[in-house]
Design a protein around this ligand. Structure first.
Ligand code: AMP
Length: 360
């Protein structure tokens, strides 16, 4: 049990990272009477629109980070690649989730070992630190497979698919620590998103079926279908063990492949997740609100799904320029645009959630 008293309205939440997740977190915080400030290196920091102040400074600027921490009643993150050295400038009890979650989730090898130690199943994998390791890894794990940078990858970046050892001749070891994974013949992909309170209480949202293109999430749907539904319980058991082992406070996401042999863990994100954006309209309490509630010591809200069918679709690249047309659709399209200035290819510009009250 935590002996912390809830943060009173008017308190300030410091968010490390200033992308769309921080933007939506700050919206939820504001509804509960909190102010938000955010911190990120210069860039298209769209959380600036919803935060009272943006510290646009480098992660290595410890003085700015200390000033940011001193202005915040609690500090959280919307981005798992915040350097652990940067969060060491934040007093330990002010950071939620804690630094250990970042350490584990920043490195694919760490997170696989962590989940395996708790009884989770991963695809076969091997560490790769050189061209020779890469050759040995392909022999040991087999092909097809995927070479992934151990750190800093996202949305399919830092990944190379290897169809055969012959094809691998064309792929050079990228010169940074990697992991080579066997290709999983999955039937579907899904995520488990949970909120864990300071008291240790854990609540789960329904698991969506997630559809990716070129390694990037494009669509999440509910119901997820019998294949995924049959595996959610086992995946939740692992996710809860991870959250408890980290004494996690906030929203945590674990991604899984649904296979013939049960759920195979892919990766975790110590934060709110793209596959949980549907919860804004589709659940009794959104992932953003429950994250804020958890880190501020408030009771968690119900996570029940409110509709018979839900589809969340990302709006990527140039599609954002015509996205307002979605507002003329029949039914209940809920459009969210992130206010990004440049519509680059493969860039998440917004999302739309479509709901149906009754299944057809
Ligand atoms: P990741 O960045 O690890 O989440 O990978 C992005 C996407 O690539 C996943 O959601 C899958 O669609 C695909 N993928 C990643 N690793 C594997 C794997 N070992 N086997 C099959 N597909 C994979």
């Amino acid at each position: 049990m935590s002996d912390k008293t809830p943060l009173p309205p008017g308190s300030t939440i410091g968010i490390l990272g200033a992308g769309q997740l921080g933007r939506m977190m700050a919206m939820a915080a504001s509804q509960l009477g909190y102010h938000s400030i955010s911190y990120a290196p210069p860039g298209d920091n769209v959380a600036a629109d919803t935060c009272a102040e943006l510290f646009e400074r480098q992660w290595a600027d410890r003085e700015a980070l200390s000033e940011f921490a001193s202005r915040s009643d609690v500090v959280t993150y919307e981005f798992e690649n915040v350097p652990v050295s940067a969060v060491s400038a934040i007093p330990g009890d002010a950071l939620a989730p804690g630094p250990r979650a970042l350490e584990v989730a920043q490195d694919r090898l760490n997170e696989k070992r962590f989940v395996e130690d708790l009884g989770g199943v991963c695809a076969p994998y091997a560490r790769v630190d050189s061209d020779d390791d890469f050759t040995r890894a392909m022999e040991r794990v087999g092909t097809p497979g995927i070479l992934k940078t151990a750190r800093d990858g996202y949305d399919g970046k830092g990944q190379w698919r290897i169809a055969s050892a012959h094809e691998a001749n064309g792929v050079r070891f990228p010169g940074q620590g990697c992991v080579y994974e066997g290709f999983v013949e999955f039937e579907a992909e899904f995520s488990v998103i949970l909120a864990r309170a300071q008291t240790g209480e854990v609540r789960f949202w329904d698991s969506t079926a997630n559809h990716h293109e070129s390694g990037m999430l494009v669509q999440s749907t509910l119901p997820a279908g019998p294949l995924v539904e049959a595996q959610v319980e086992a995946a939740r058991t692992i996710a809860a063990k991870v959250a408890n082992a980290l004494d996690y406070v906030g929203v945590l996401t674990l991604e899984f492949f649904a296979t013939r042999n049960g759920p195979v863990f892919n990766e975790m994100a110590p934060r709110v997740h793209n596959s949980g954006h549907w919860t804004i309209e589709g659940a009794a309490t959104s992932q953003f609100e429950n994250h804020i509630r958890a880190i501020c010591g408030l009771p968690l809200g119900e996570t029940t799904t409110r509709f018979a069918e839900i589809e969340m679709r990302n709006i990527v690249g140039e599609d954002a320029l015509s996205a307002h047309a979605i507002l003329s659709e029949p039914g209940e399209p809920h459009l969210h645009l992130y206010g990004k200035r440049e519509a680059r290819e493969g860039r998440k510009m917004g999302h739309v959630t479509r709901v149906r009250h009754e299944a057809p």
